[in-house]
Design a protein around this ligand. Structure first.
Ligand code: AMP
Ligand code: MG
Length: 961
């Protein structure tokens, strides 16, 4: 047995060795060698100095300048921190006709088979990684002089080949590029790879090899067979158990004229079937390139026919359940059908807090009330396509109002009273544009607030449900004949807009009806018996919470927000909770999920395994759903049951019935399984578009390239901007956002909207806002502000320090323009915002707000025992090292969910009943200590948790949608 380390031999050496062994055995005498390996080593060392080395260096430095450190291919598993080099191999065979087509391509190009294969590989990796720049390694024999040929020793070297895809070259142009790179690499091959690494000094990382991670070699010489007299010898392939790189492709031409390619892969990254799929994609791309080399690389096929069929299956949520009755696809008709089935059943429960009057409405009552208002609205001219504003507190009238608008034939537009007047004004103006009269349903209590909104808006017809209720007395109570058709608008939901102007998503009845038909197929009437409806109607989750139970005979249990679940005396009637994970995490922490809850729906932001586990650990919960969907696709687009006891992060599952979910690359071409791409949605749930914004609509709702394949010419799909990948089991993994908007605690936020609002402040020269997650799981908004020059600044309060004045002023300025969840929790003042070399804002260079900078400039230590304890609780909850007595909770990164946590801890700690609003009124440590003291004086003893929250629930600012 002869073992040879690669450090003293290479492939060529093995050929020499076998030949000489055979010759010796046959009795030949070997000619003496003119030089030995040591001579070569000395010569190499002398040569690689001075001008020669400088020239080699210059070439390789130039060649690799700015190359990406890592080729990020779609892998089955995350890259371990340290590469273990455990490998395996998949073998791919290209048939003789396939190889012949390739050779024909090679013949016409002036390149070699190696260059063409390398180009195709780089193209594939570019397509799968989305990287514009791909570096491959390739071994090179290194025996540049004839004296070296007979030697046994390590001469082989590795060179890097870089391919660039900027400008989307054709395949032919790419081959020409790779040809040049290969020839130049040969000309500069004397630079030993280890020396190159030393020279370039890339940041080293045990997780991957430097400079390149994929090696490609074409072996064009069959190894000489061992010929020993009287001995029959055959080559045995040894199993490959190691991997030197992420991937190593060794191609060889077979005797039959085909090509055989060994794909050696790192087992920590891939499983065999995925590597086989990569190989399939490679074959598809080679075929496409050979057939039409003038094709642009972005357009080369990377899907095999099988994969394409599989993708079409996986993308399709299947047919919607057929309507069982003759009910047309109108939201209110689905509810009316239920009224007919169970007129006496409870449709609505409103029990905001202990002691408050509890309201229960039957289906018949709800319907009658809605009908009276609907008749009145018809009288006011409301009909198909007419938008009607709804600005109401969360009470039964709100539900009645929505139904009434729909019954009248119109579309409701939530204009939630919690928004600042300026933003409501923008929404109202947009909603009414082009409409001679605009009815706004509201209530007397809110009129003072609406005053500022309505200033300058002539012709808005106000109808106050309380003040004007006598006007309804004479209206009929029966259902109205249909006003709207399924293709008419049912509602418009405003979401944050990047230009500073919120945009209205216009949804038609048929989309909502399709959504409900799907929901009724998934959620049983028992599950929908008591749905806790806590989401503001400004957000699309509310569509599920209100209409799903009402179409199934269940009851809507109306709550102020998700956390109010702890407080409502109707908690026992709740069977299903539908909310965002942030709020759910808080409910779990508070131990506030009522025992009757069997089903938990989470949506709106990524669901983490830890939360899923915590929910499964609760005794009552039987089903936990992760639901995903943008407002533009009517609430939910994909869904999955989240099983207990799994290690993986929850997926977002598969498309809902009637919907299709495509994963596409930049050019809207479908990507193979496992490859990250943008999620695009098509099908029954698609919104009509953005109200009055044809250009924006055309940009986001694009032609569905597979519409034709499904015999749906003209079909559209919505580009979500969400990055996902499809697993081999067909489930979609949510990876994050491609750009804005961002999600913070379930709120959809266009950072641009905040930036525009900030820039409107006279003292702000430029502003940027980021959603940062400097502490895992704690995402928050951080504003970066460059003030105008000092002399141009408006005069300020005497004695105020600069930082204090700026931040509190900016905060107040924003609070007037954007909803509270869009006010950043930290502000960083910079002399100027960092720019990239080409003059754009360099978002990556914006610093993390360091805790010290966020703390007020003058740190004053807590002054009493109470203050010290309060400061300690804040520091822990906010993840800060220290907190001063004058520091403001919300300036330190606090938000309303964290506020709940602080208040409940302090209440326990001091054994007083501290209302949540105390923290909003006295947001400093000193102020809160005073609040604790006065609570003590009033002798309020702590009451049990559920009731304590009950008393504070009404005053609480919205914590989540
Ligand atoms: P919205 O229009 O408010 O419903 O926000 C839609 C966006 O919220 C999506 O584009 C996603 O970025 C995010 N989102 C919604 N549901 C989920 C979910 N289940 N998991 C992760 N992100 C989600
Ligand atoms: Mg949604």
């Amino acid at each position: 047995l002869l073992g040879m380390h690669h450090i003293v031999s290479d492939g060529w050496s093995m050929g020499r060795f076998l030949a000489e062994l055979g010759a010796l055995a046959a009795g030949a005498v070997l000619p003496p060698l003119s030089v030995q390996y040591g001579d070569f080593a000395l010569w190499q060392r002398q040569r690689l100095t001075g001008a020669t080395l400088a020239a080699l260096n210059a070439y390789w430095r130039g060649q690799l300048a700015g190359a990406p450190a890592l080729l990020e291919l779609p892998t089955d598993r995350r890259r371990p921190a340290v590469q273990a080099h455990r490998g395996d191999q998949e073998t791919q065979r290209l048939s003789p006709p396939q190889a012949a087509a390739l050779r024909e391509l090679v013949g016409g190009s002036g390149a070699t088979l190696f260059m063409t294969l390398a180009a195709a590989l780089a193209a594939l990796f570019h397509r799968l990684s989305g990287q514009a720049d791909v570096v491959l390694g390739t071994p090179i024999a290194g025996r540049t002089r004839s004296e070296l040929e007979p030697l046994v020793g390590f001469f082989v070297n590795t060179v890097a080949l870089r391919a660039r895809f900027a400008g989307d070259p054709t395949f032919g142009a790419l081959v020409a590029q790779v040809r040049e790179a290969t020839l130049a690499a040969h000309a500069h091959q004397e630079m030993p790879f280890e020396k190159l690494v030393e020279e370039l000094a890339p940041e080293r990382n045990l997780g991957h090899s430097p400079i390149f991670q994929v090696l490609f070699a074409l072996q064009n010489t069959e190894r000489e067979a061992l010929a020993l007299p009287g001995v029959e010898a055959a080559a045995l392939a040894l199993p490959r158990a190691e991997s030197r790189f992420d991937l190593e492709l060794i191609a060889a031409e077979t005797a039959a004229g085909g090509l055989e390619i060994a794909w050696r892969y790192d087992r920590d990254l891939w499983d065999g079937p995925s590597v086989a799929r990569l190989a399939g994609s490679f074959a598809a791309l080679l075929d496409a390139a050979a057939a039409a080399p003038a094709t642009r690389v972005s357009e080369l096929e990377v899907l095999t026919a099988d994969e394409r069929r599989q993708l079409l299956r996986d993308a399709d949520g299947g047919a919607l359940p057929a309507a069982t009755d003759a009910v047309p696809d109108l939201l209110h008709r689905l509810v009316e059908a239920q009224v007919a089935r169970t007129p006496e059943a409870v449709a609505l429960i409103h029990a905001p807090a202990a002691g408050a009057p509890r309201v229960k409405l039957t289906y018949r009552d709800l319907n009658r009330r809605a009908n009276r208002l609907a008749h009145r609205l018809r009288g006011l001219g409301v009909g198909p396509e007419a938008r009607v504003g709804v600005s109401l507190e969360r009470a039964p009238e709100m539900v009645t109002a929505l139904l009434a608008v729909l019954k009248a034939g119109g579309a409701y537009v939530p204009l939630g009273p919690a928004y600042p007047a300026e933003r409501l004004g923008l929404m109202l103006e947009d909603a009414r544009a082009g409409q001679p009269t605009f009815v706004l349903l509201t209530q007397e209590r809110l009129l003072p607030q609406l005053d500022a909104v309505l200033r300058g808006q002539d012709g808005v017809h106000l109808f106050c449900l309380d003040r004007d209720r006598l006007l309804l007395a004479g209206e009929p109570e029966d259902d109205l004949p249909d006003g709207a058709a399924p293709a008419n608008l049912s509602h418009v939901i405003y979401t944050s807009g990047s230009t500073g102007q919120p945009k209205g998503v216009a949804i038609e009845h048929r989309s909502g009806a399709a959504f409900l038909r799907w929901a009724l197929g998934i959620f049983s009437p028992q599950e929908l018996a008591g749905v806790f409806a806590s989401t503001s109607i400004n957000f699309d989750l509310s569509v599920f919470e209100l209409f799903a139970p009402l179409a199934a005979g269940g009851a809507v249990v109306l709550g102020d927000d998700a956390l109010a679940l702890a407080a409502t005396p109707a908690a026992a009637e709740v069977t299903l909770v539908n909310t965002v994970p942030s709020a759910m995490a808080e409910l779990v922490r508070m131990g506030a999920l009522p025992p009757g809850v069997r089903t938990v729906n989470l949506a709106g932001e990524p669901l983490r395994r830890s939360l899923a586990d915590a929910i499964h650990a609760l005794p009552g919960v039987e089903r936990l759903w992760n639901l995903y969907g943008p407002t533009e696709d009517t609430t939910y687009s994909t869904f999955t049951l989240v099983p207990a006891g799994e290690a993986d992060e929850p997926t977002i599952g598969r498309p809902v019935a009637g919907s299709r979910a495509w994963v596409v690359d930049r050019n809207l071409r479908p990507v193979p399984q496992g490859v990250a791409g943008e999620l695009c949605l098509a099908g029954a749930g698609l919104a009509r578009g953005y109200l009055h914004r044809p250009e924006l609509t055309a940009e986001k709702f694009v032609p569905d390239p597979w519409g034709a394949e499904r015999a749906e010419p003209g079909a559209r799909m919505y580009r979500t901007g969400d990055l996902v990948r499809r697993r081999t089991d067909g489930d979609l993994e949510y990876l994050g956002r491609l750009d804005h908007p961002v999600k913070v605690r379930g709120f959809r936020i266009e950072l641009g909207e905040i930036e525009v609002a900030l820039a409107a402040h006279p003292a702000v020269r430029e502003a940027a806002v980021l959603a940062r997650e400097d502490q895992p799981g704690e995402k928050r908004l951080v504003a970066y502000v460059a003030p105008v020059e000092a002399e141009e600044r408006p005069a300020r309060r005497p004695g105020a320090t600069e930082a204090e004045l700026e931040v509190s002023e900016l905060r107040a300025h924003l609070a007037k323009r954007v909803p509270d969840y869009m006010v950043p929790s930290a502000f960083v003042l910079l002399p100027a915002l960092p720019l990239t070399p080409n003059g754009k804002l360099d978002r990556k260079a914006l610093p993390a707000p360091d805790a010290a900078a966020v703390e007020s400039a003058a740190y004053v230590p807590p002054a009493s025992d109470d203050e010290r304890q309060i400061a300690a609780v804040w520091a822990e909850v906010l993840g800060l090292e220290r907190v001063g007595r004058h520091d403001r909770f919300f300036d330190l990164g606090g938000h309303s969910l964290l506020a709940t946590r602080v208040v409940s801890r302090l209440s326990r700690l001091f054994e007083v009943e501290l209302p949540l609003r105390a923290l909003f009124q006295e947001p400093t440590v000193a102020g809160l200590a005073a609040a604790v003291e006065s609570a003590r004086r009033e002798g309020r003893r702590e009451v049990p948790a559920i009731q304590r929250v009950a008393r504070t629930a009404q005053r609480r600012p919205r914590a989540t949608p």
